[in-house]
Ligand binder design. Structure first.
Ligand SMILES: O=C1CCCN[C@@H]1CCCn1cnc2cc(F)c(Cl)cc2c1=O
Ligand SMILES: [Mg+2]
Length: 499
């Protein structure tokens, strides 16, 4: 496969698969749900990691590393914690030909691995706050259709786990982590997100409160959870007997948080910004930000172009730009244009005979396709400026697209039509779980009746579910009726078809 054959808005699943392979982000693997993260993808993950790692250290969170394996006893310390997840736990049962005494689980998340240690380490209020983070992989043997980055049986993530002396301190940590996630999406990936709190039905059952950043995927009109930050209350403290002597000499249980962001970020970035030529990378996470393509003709040899381009490459590198001069002689300029467009490189600099003569280059922007001619001595400053312009333009473009598909609905009959327009929908809501379930069933039934199909390939339902209760709440006049139950609404809640 050399070119992208599917159109993003015509056959999204095929388009996504072609884009992530032709851009050399992903290669396939002989175990279902597992994929190879090639350098082009891994370098994007490293950019996210490096940015986040600096930020969490500024929040006085320390990195550590806990074992990959968890004993059955520890994993099942609290039946409630595992039930519902049991089917996705991967177990090691043998070494060589011999059975292990006890089966050992591969971590699906690290609460049951970390918190017995927390219980040993936290004895006094002086041991608080304890704030740890771990960069690692986790394994969850999901059975729904696997999709690279979005739903994989192994993925990379960071998981933050903290313990505090008060509910409020934990709550502050939850919001600090959520704010970091918003910034990863908006400042690095140029993807706007909505911060909110999950409803009781959608939250992490082991916790007190789950907060989330929700992204909108323009190509499919679906929403996706970008990352999550939980206030765990004292639930895990009780579960793992984590207690300490407080300042009054009393025994107390700490208030905990946990928060995670995964390689799903890369999939969201691809889906949101990609187009029918391939990836469109935000400069802040692009492994290459500029590529220089020589146009060799009979009149002008490659050496002459190298002579002209060398100082430009040096100057761009000195300015901190990730740049490459593609001097391969076995590919035409046209082939290279297509290749680097598929890989989403933000800026292409063309250097041909005319450019040598006029001491200039032609810059092509990947986000708009626009071309500008720049004199040799302005190239570096123009590239640096243009990268910022592209980053801002990508965020602005997606924000406009998301806002175009963000509607408020106060009457039930307007709800499914809005979903069918690929909108995410904000409604006044009584926030009672039974009514949340009812909206799920009714919206699915109505959509199917109107001929909406549930794509078997991506196993995505046409039912609407709550995405979050946005922290940014519009005014809700006293007595406003819930759009489905007619009861007094207690909040505005955001609904959408999601991954
Ligand atoms: O979402 C996060 C952020 C980072 C740290 N963890 C929390 C909660 C994770 C929920 N969750 C998610 N998936 C799980 C899968 C499992 F197999 C088992 Cl045993 C447990 C869980 C589970 O608790
Ligand atoms: Mg899961």
């Amino acid at each position: 496969l050399l070119a992208i054959t599917a159109s993003k808005f015509d056959d999204f699943p095929t388009w996504y698969r072609e884009v992530i392979t032709l851009s050399e982000m992903i290669d396939y693997y002989d175990i279902s749900g597992c994929y190879i993260l090639r350098p082009w993808a891994y370098q994007m993950w490293e950019a996210i990691q490096q940015w986040m790692d600096k930020e969490i250290k500024e929040l006085d969170v320390q990195n550590s590393y806990f074992p990959l394996f968890v004993s059955k006893k520890a994993l099942e310390a609290e039946k409630a914690h595992v039930e519902g997840f049991a089917a996705e736990v991967a177990w090691v049962t043998k070494s060589g030909e011999d059975d292990l005494e006890e089966p050992i689980a591969v971590r699906p998340t690290s609460e049951t691995i970390m918190y017995p240690a927390f219980s040993r380490w936290i004895r006094s209020h002086r041991d608080l706050p304890l704030k740890l983070n771990q960069w690692s992989n986790v394994v969850r043997w999901e059975f729904k259709n696997p999709t690279p980055f979005l739903r994989t049986r192994e993925f990379l993530w960071q998981e933050g786990h903290t313990a505090h002396a008060s509910f409020e301190d934990a709550d502050k940590m939850v919001i600090q982590a959520l704010e970091l996630y918003r910034r990863v999406y908006e400042e690095l990936l140029a993807v706007p997100v909505i911060m909110g709190t999950k409803t009781e039905a959608e939250k992490f059952a082991g916790g007190h409160k789950t907060t989330t950043v929700e992204a909108y995927i323009s190509g499919t009109g679906r929403a996706i959870q970008g990352a999550t930050s939980h206030h765990l209350g004292q639930n895990f403290g009780k579960m793992f007997k984590i207690q300490y002597e407080d300042e009054n000499g009393e025994q107390a249980i700490p208030w905990q948080t946990s928060w995670g962001l995964t390689t799903r970020t890369l999939g969201v970035c691809v889906m949101c910004h990609g187009d029918d030529q391939g990836l469109v990378l935000p400069p802040r996470v692009a492994p290459l930000q500029a590529v220089i393509i020589p146009i060799v003709t009979k009149k002008v040899k490659l050496e002459t172009i190298v002579e002209f381009a060398d100082p430009i490459v040096k100057s761009l590198k000195a300015a901190g730009v990730r740049v490459k001069f593609d001097d391969r002689i076995n590919y035409t300029a046209g082939w290279k244009y297509n290749h680097w467009e598929q890989k989403g490189v933000p800026i292409r600099l063309e250097v041909g005979p005319r450019d040598i003569e006029s001491k200039q280059t032609v810059m092509a922007r990947r986000d708009t396709g626009e071309k500008i001619t720049v004199p040799e001595d302005e190239i570096t400053s123009k590239v640096v400026e243009l990268l910022e312009t592209i980053q801002a333009n990508l965020l602005a473009r997606l924000t406009a697209e998301r806002d175009d598909h963000f509607t408020r609905v106060t009457e039930w009959e307007d709800f499914v039509p809005a979903l069918n327009r690929n909108d995410i929908v904000l409604t006044p809501f009584c926030n009672e779980t039974e009514w949340e379930e009812k909206v799920k069933t009714l919206s699915r039934a109505e959509a199917l009746k109107e001929g909406e199909v549930e794509l078997a390939t991506t196993a995505t339902s046409v039912a609407a579910k709550t995405l979050c209760i946005p922290h940014d709440q519009p005014d809700l006049p006293e007595g406003t009726p819930c759009f489905i139950s007619g009861k007094p609404a207690t909040c505005w809640v955001l609904w959408g078809r999601s991954y």
